[in-house]
Design a protein around this ligand. Sequence first.
Ligand SMILES: Cc1ncc(COP(=O)(O)O)c(C=O)c1O
Length: 448
Amino acid sequence: MSAEVPKIVVEPPGPKARALLERDAKVISPSYVRFYPLVIERGEGCILWDVDGNAYIDFNSGLAVLSTGHRHPKVIEAIKKQCDKFLHYSNTDFYYEESVRLAEALCEITPGKFEKKVYFGNSGTEAVEAAIKLAKWHTRKHRFLAFIGAFHGRTLGSLSFTASKPVQRRYFYPMLPGVTHVPYPYCYRCPFKQEFPDCGYWCIDFIEEYVLKKYVPPEEVAAILFEPIQGEGGYVVPPDGYFQRLKKLADKYDILLIDDEVQSGMGRTGRWFAIEHWDVVPDVVCIAKGIASGMPIGATVARSELMDWVGGSHASTFGGNPVSCVAALATIEVIREEHLLENAARQGNYIMKRFREMQEQYPIIGDVRGKGLMIGVEFVKDPKTKEPAVEEAKEIMIRSWKRGVAVITCGICTLRIAPPLIITRELVDKGLDIIEQVIKEVVQEKAR
Ligand SMILES: Cc1ncc(COP(=O)(O)O)c(C=O)c1O
């Protein structure tokens, strides 16, 4: 099948897509951010088709969700079987085995060889909300540290921690009080204008010297919430050694570490969870997106002794839906059986190598960074000034899509490469050839 893709039979958005856009504009909330007018009809593996018959290589995975690709047969089989048993019975109020089996599996694959417990919600934001409430409940403390550039969700609790674009927060103030944001280790654009490693991890010392010792009493801080790799913020990878130091700081002041793996988890970076790249064991892990290959479910996994809240303190009617649970169990099985952690690492290294080769030819590529299949390619007008090439990044995204590669941006000017974990070398090459051609054209046109 991959011989025929990508295949553009009509310039997108085609007539059927345009008709749908008109209906959408009348009835769907305008608060959504649509990257471009791609109207999907169906998907299979790493390919998706739009309503006008165009076939695209999926370098986006439905926002890093379709970990085993579109409609993996094992995931579909598990869903169908469960549909013949029961669709829902509120795990908040009753029991079923599907959620217990999934919780057992998640306790096994999350970092830390200690006893854990799992809370189930339906989304990433709910996984984060649960972590926030749990940290408050367990510690009886009310302050938190978070990072500038972070994205943790859009409900009011998690939104209080989200800080990647003003539009996400505008007019929603006040939010949860007590959240203090500190700079994230974004070395390519160091907020302190320093160079790694000469900086000596100043951004860690800053937290202690200028935040905890000046105005945020550390004994009032329940937890630090962080993304091991910032997602929405620009696929930003902290330098080696950063998280070990953050953990040391947290331990010194008896502060919990909440690891938001909603985007980076479930194998995307070549490990089950991205924090494993730095051998740090967090107290709480938030999971969603890729966990069930497209079915909605979120999970908050915590040390057992930490999850000491009582009946009624937190729950969700749909949380841990049995159909989503079996889809997640099948996803975990497929990741193991098809060696997808290894594939993510292998293909990811190859993709980064190819972009680094392109970088030598096209100085518009300012930075290439990532782990596994969570790769950011940041575009700049000039590699010395690092002035963000916002319009160019957008143009590269749109043109890649129009040529048959569904890829999106993040941060200010970064292309995010996040294909399903099953992606093959053949599709990677096809997709990258198109993106390279587009970069070349955009660079040439801007030079005119
Ligand atoms: C790191 C991270 N946390 C939380 C969320 C929120 O997840 P959801 O959109 O499922 O609520 C996202 C979504 O992009 C995310 O990337």
